[in-house]
Design a protein around this ligand. Structure first.
Ligand code: ZN
Length: 67
């Protein structure tokens, strides 16, 4: 029995969930490496920033004009 590559997938019940994104240039099969705030492809050099989790709004935008 072939063993799944640990780390690239996570199993929850019967569902198989991708934990890594595929490279949009290299296509399915090539995963992007996970970094702190970005992902990169070690094959073609593609990189993208993580924007999945919206950052809190800057304080300046909220506390404007308060006197
Ligand atoms: Zn790539």
């Amino acid at each position: 029995m072939a063993k799944a590559r640990v780390g690239l997938y996570s199993t929850k019940g019967d569902a198989l969930t991708r934990t890594h994104k595929f490279c949009p240039k290299c296509g399915p099969g090539t995963f992007l490496a996970e970094h702190g705030n970005r992902r990169s492809c070690g094959r073609c050099g593609y990189s993208e920033s993580k924007a999945a989790s919206p950052a809190p709004a800057p304080v300046a935008a909220k506390a404007k004009g308060k006197s």
